[in-house]
Design a protein around this ligand. Sequence first.
Ligand code: CUA
Length: 324
Amino acid sequence: MNLAGLWMAGTEATMWLPPQKSINGHKVDELFHFILYLNYFFLAVITLLMIVFAMKYFRGKQGREPEPSPSHNTALELVWSIGPLFLVLYIFWVGWTGYLDLRTPPGDAFEVHVTGQKWSWTFTYPNGHVDGDLLVPVGRPVRLTMGSEDVLHSFFIPAFRAKMDVVPGRYTTMWFTATEAGEYQVFCTEYCGTEHSSMLAKVLAMEPDEFEQELATRSNYLENDPPLVAGEKVYRIQGCTQCHSIDGTDGIGPSFKNIVLGQARPLADGSQVVYDENYIRESVMDPQAKIAAGFDPVMPTYKGRVKDKAVTVLIEYIKSLNDE
Ligand code: CUA
């Protein structure tokens, strides 16, 4: 335990963040608390001295003659220059070595690709499976390669003390090793538009055996699950839920419940289109081709990102919403 560790001994959850559950998380907390308590210390010293001096040198109602005061004190100036110099050098040293650790993933890391887009996260695993949850094995380093389909986002897992910007047109990376099985929250921490605050995801940290099993099960859902079950999963995994409700309330996009095959839908350009499988498919692959009246053309394309089978079961799912 280093000097900063002593400040922190015994504390895990902080008033700012949930308990840390990754192997590097304590470094972030230690430095944060060191700087925080250092500030408390100097705040107390300076405030106290201000009060003491104000009382001691108070001029009073009848007035006192000003007394001569020293204009220079070499010893004092050396102390308050060199002392803080060592403090900031220590902060720099811990920050720099911690930064290097946080930026350098171990070689045997499990790789997951993260895609950010308005307003959802999707995770692509080495076997090609795409999921809306980030599954990770406990005790093994996980390296995320992240990219954005549209604007600047930021990927933040508070429990792991891990955060990195997700930028369009380039890849950024981060890594962590979960220390305990559990469910952890992911936030987007870069304002990215209307639904920024609901751009959430879950990290599911599992023991290695359970992790392998769960990933294998999820990877085959398109083949193994009945169409409606698979369709509902596509709806959730691909982030449709962010903009398309299933209860009839229109959001950023039309509610899936209001998509009734055979019914006409007015378009933004004044024409009309009749709902059928091909129009739904086109709306997924080329969303800007026909914009429904009353909605903004904000949907990203899923071309090249979803299998045909996924679109087929999604259409079955949409149709089933009106069957009851
Ligand atoms: Cu994505 Cu905020």
